[in-house]
Design a protein around this ligand. Structure first.
Ligand code: AMP
Length: 299
């Protein structure tokens, strides 16, 4: 199916997208790629903005990838609104919107998997076994289909970003990976498609997550140890919200190993489970001179 509206081409088959983006057809035009699961918000649109600045053609995909959801997770309740996404993507200047079905992406059930290795042992990888296998599966397929010059990923999903950067490097994939800072609501809550599934009370509590991370970042600037910071951040979140801590963790970034004297950047990351919605957030900081590297300095 192909739908042409005024300024956006919507494609749902791999064959058609590959034909459109064939390197011979491109005639040297560069392609920036923004993979998403839809229910678009300003975080996604910030990726598009970066992609537009740096490329001739911007391709966005919208695919709620079942391979990255575990049993009992929110695949079914993940928010979806294709009409709204189409309008927002079009207004943001996306040239091609790829919206495949699950059958189109996964026509066979071969069971072949890509294992993300030790980078997936911490943080979300520890709480969501198999999640990053599913992420790498869809990302590799999408990179092969779109063949982008540059691909745009948010620092919001910092572990995903670290794994994809390493994957691209280790397997000599052709695309460059561009990091895009976290976009937040006015009250500090990181924008997420899942925020809409919070109850009214939970939505009013959720900004506590970023507040707690900021407190942790200040402690880091003042020389506190990571265990002390992790504990304070957890306590702050638990005492000021109904959210349950999945993890609060400080690690070297992007290697996600322990912090050592050679570490240049650290991540303070957390995942908090509300009644039906799990939220993640992070702050990345420089270890040099106690100064913080804000990862949302381009809001
Ligand atoms: P998703 O649709 O949640 O899978 O996200 C698609 C892409 O948008 C990923 O690269 C995310 O890291 C990025 N993204 C999601 N939320 C934000 C945000 N608040 N700020 C910046 N990027 C984001």
């Amino acid at each position: 199916m192909t739908v042409e509206s005024t300024n956006i081409l919507v494609i749902s088959t791999i064959e058609e997208l590959q034909k459109k983006l064939n390197r011979n057809e491109r005639k040297g035009a560069t392609v920036g790629f923004v993979p998403t699961m839809g229910y678009l918000h300003e975080g996604h649109l910030s990726l598009v903005e970066h992609a537009k600045e740096q490329n001739d053609i911007v391709v966005m995909s919208i695919f709620v990838n079942p391979a990255q959801f575990g049993p009992g997770e929110d695949f079914e309740s993940y928010p979806r609104d294709t009409e709204r996404d189409l309008r927002l993507a079009s207004e943001a200047g996306v040239d091609i919107l790829f919206i495949p079905t699950v059958d189109e992406m996964y026509p066979t059930n071969s069971g072949i998997r890509i294992l993300p290795g030790k980078l997936a042992c911490e943080l979300c990888g520890a709480s969501r076994p198999g999640h990053f296998d599913g992420v790498l599966k869809v990302v590799l397929k999408l990179f092969n289909i779109v063949d982008p010059d540059r691909s745009y990923f948010g620092v919001k999903d910092a572990q995903q970003l670290a794994i994809i950067e390493t994957f691209v490097h280790d397997f000599n994939l052709r695309t460059a990976i561009v990091r895009v800072p976290i976009v937040r609501e006015d009250d500090g809550l990181a924008k997420s498609s899942r925020n809409v599934n919070l109850t009214t009370v939970e939505r009013s509590e959720a900004p506590v997550i970023y507040k707690a991370l900021q407190i942790g970042a200040d402690m880091f600037g003042n020389g506190a140890h990571s265990e002390e910071i992790e504990q304070q951040v957890s306590e702050w979140i638990v005492s000021n919200s109904s959210g349950k801590i999945d993890y609060v963790k400080m690690l070297a970034y992007p290697g996600l190993g322990p912090i050592t004297v050679n570490t240049n950047e650290v991540i303070l990351a957390c995942a908090v489970q509300f009644s039906s919605t799990r939220l993640i957030d992070n702050i990345i900081m420089s270890t040099k001179g106690g100064s913080h590297v804000s990862n949302d300095d381009e809001q």
